[in-house]
Design a protein around this ligand. Structure first.
Ligand code: AGP
Length: 615
């Protein structure tokens, strides 16, 4: 939920750290800070300079202007914050010093027992902030006897909670110590220079060689390399991975916002998701990372999909696909509820943890609970090497590329795509015929072109958003597999335009929600040609009878739909189970344009972060 970056090398650290913070800003942006260890030999003593600012990275950049002399040095750490403990103030911004001004840390996560630790440290230590992180700085200082890494190890043995942590000390101008438990950290490997960051995005400008720290690992990073240890001080070997993304891909590529770029990315990244995984001849899918034998896959008698937010809506769509194509009973669980409901699990239960970031605390905790109870576990994740990806018994990367907008779009459609591929694979291992499988695979292959047809309607949808930008409440209505689509459309509108909306199964309207219908309460309804078309039609007639305006998502060629709608968006037809891949896109565009019209910060909406790594 916060962004961390550290640098040690032969270049001035400040510009590198500031640029890195800008690429991490989506992880949290209520305040930021940079600390540089001024390692100039001319100085009578090595010291650490720190500058912090409340607000986004630009506020920090303003304070750094004309500070080149003060902030001179080739080693530094930096942090952009999403507040968890303590308000949004400069004093609470990271990095945080310990007492002597020689040790400084930046931290992502929550130290749950920080109050007890603060009491334990007692009056000998004076605290300036309300943060758990500052307590950790003083705790490390209290263990410091000249060996920085050991001091960090000893201190962390006393903590409870999560951390992604970088530490510098004026006595050690040649190293940064980094440690992770529950919050991601990745080491970037350059030529005589090294980086450490919360994720790979800020490293792309400098290197594609990375090593992901695992929970419980600690790294000592110097200009000549890095060593990794566990908390028992035993050396740990790390493999260096070559990440696929270049910085270009993580840029906006000419779009006004990352979100719009990522909406338009969908046809291309969808192809990345299915490439090499579909088999038209056999009418099936082949998903690597599912290291279960066919017999084990046949033995699965229950599937549970756990996720949060947008990933949860993908899971909701996946449920329909698994049950209809494989015949396996499938449940969807809100991850934050799952572990507290005492789920019944056995070794024939397959649990999928679905997560774009692969770091969502609730999903990770639910996954761990499922593993504890003996389930097969698989990840459906976007970020390579993320914690969920590494803690599941296997899984599938969705290959959506870096998704930098807080509002998830391309990751959603790729999650749905992977869930459909799994459903086809399981179905073909059971009763599904090759002909049915081939029809599904052919339909999956036609999706990118159909996505492009919808994306060409962006300007039309922008006009529609403008027409409805004065309303304060919206209802998204649908049935069947389009109810997850309506749920996702409603979440998009809420999280970036701040307009209240809710999604409702259309059949439920008569049980109470009809009372809300009025000219001030527009309804966006999905009435595409599928088995529930007639049912939806009568629901929409009820809505219109109560004078609510109706925006209709209808199938191309459905002329009758005109009589039911104040406004209509036509979408290409596809097989019913594949509709979420298409029908969600107009809703993403509707929310995006509405937010832009209302002047919202589309990529970094208020109160939200891209990766929620605390409970
Ligand atoms: C979606 O637009 C939101 N940003 C949020 O609901 C997100 O989907 C949720 O926090 C789950 O994140 P994850 O996919 O990284 O686990």
């Amino acid at each position: 939920m916060c962004g961390i970056i550290g640098y040690i090398g032969n270049k001035e650290a400040m510009p590198i750290l500031l640029q890195g913070l800008r690429r991490l800003e989506y992880r949290g942006y209520d305040s930021a800070g940079i600390a540089i260890l001024n390692d100039q030999e001319t100085r009578d003593k090595i010291q650490i300079q720190r500058i912090r600012a409340v607000g986004k990275i630009d506020a920090l950049a303003d304070k750094l202007k004309n500070k080149d002399k003060e902030m001179k040095g080739t080693i530094g750490i930096a942090h952009t914050r999403w507040a968890t403990h303590g308000g949004v103030t400069e004093e609470n911004a990271h990095p945080h010093f310990a007492c002597d001004g020689k040790l400084i840390i930046a931290h992502n996560g929550i130290i749950e027992n920080y109050r007890q630790l603060k009491e334990h440290l007692g009056a000998k230590h004076s605290f300036k902030s309300e943060t758990d992180t500052e307590v950790l700085a003083h705790l490390i200082e209290s263990h410091y006897d000249g060996d920085l890494r050991r001091a960090v190890e000893k201190a962390l043995m006393h903590t409870r909670g999560t951390y992604g942590l970088v530490v510098m000390h004026a006595d050690h101008p040649d190293k940064i110590v980094a440690a992770r438990l529950g919050s991601p950290l990745v080491v970037g490997i350059g030529d005589g220079e090294y980086y450490v960051a919360s994720d790979a995005a800020p490293l792309l400008a400098y290197t594609k060689k990375v090593a992901f720290l695992n929970d419980g690992e600690i790294a000592e990073i110097s200009r000549s390399g890095f060593e990794t240890f566990n908390l028992r001080d035993e050396s740990v070997t790390k493999c260096v991975e070559e990440i696929e993304w270049n910085e270009e891909k993580a840029q906006k590529q000419g779009y006004d916002d990352f979100m719009l770029k990522e909406i338009f990315d969908q046809p291309v990244v969808y192809e990345d998701a299915i490439r090499g995984r579909i088999d038209l001849e056999e009418g099936t899918a082949h998903l690597g990372g599912l290291d279960m034998s066919d017999a084990e896959m046949r033995s699965v008698n229950r599937i549970i999909l756990i996720a949060c937010g947008t990933a949860l809506h993908a899971a909701m769509a996946g449920k329909y696909a698994f049950e209809r194509l494989s015949g396996i009973p499938t449940e969807v669980d809100v991850a934050s509820e799952f572990r507290y409901r005492d789920p019944i699990i056995d070794n024939k239960t397959l649990v999928f943890a679905i997560s774009q970031s692969g770091e969502t605390f609730d999903t990770l905790a639910a996954l761990r609970e499922a593993k504890r109870k003996g389930a097969f576990t698989r990840g459906i994740v976007n970020v390579i090497g993320s914690t969920i990806a590494r803690e599941t018994d296997g899984g599938t990367y969705i290959h959506a590329g870096p998704e930098l907008a807080v509002a998830s779009t391309k990751a959603y459609t790729n999650m749905v795509a992977i869930l459909l591929l799994y459903a086809v694979q399981f179905g073909r291992l059971r009763h599904m015929t090759v002909a049915t499988g081939q029809r599904l695979v052919r339909a999956l292959m036609e999706i990118p072109e159909k996505m492009q047809v919808i994306l060409k309607k962006s300007e039309e949808i922008k006009k529609l958003a403008g027409k409805y930008s004065g309303y304060h409440d919206f209802l998204f209505l649908a049935r069947g597999i389009n109810f997850p689509v309506a749920s996702e459309g409603s979440l998009k509108l809420k999280e970036i335009s701040y307009i209240h909306s809710e999604a409702y199964p259309a059949g439920e309207m008569k049980h109470g929600v009809n009372a809300l219908l009025s000219p001030e309460f527009p309804v966006l309804a999905i009435m595409t040609k599928n088995q529930l078309y007639e049912k939806m039609r009568s629901n929409i007639e009820e809505v219109r009878a109560r004078k609510s305006k109706v925006i209709l998502l209808a199938s191309e060629g459905d002329a009758e739909a005109q009589s039911l709608a104040d406004d209509i968006i036509y979408v290409p037809q596809t097989m019913e189970l594949l509709e979420p891949l298409l029908n969600t896109i107009p809703l993403q565009l509707f929310a995006y344009h509405m937010a832009v019209i209302l002047g919202k910060d589309v990529d970094r909406p208020r109160n939200l972060a891209k990766s929620v790594t605390v409970e």
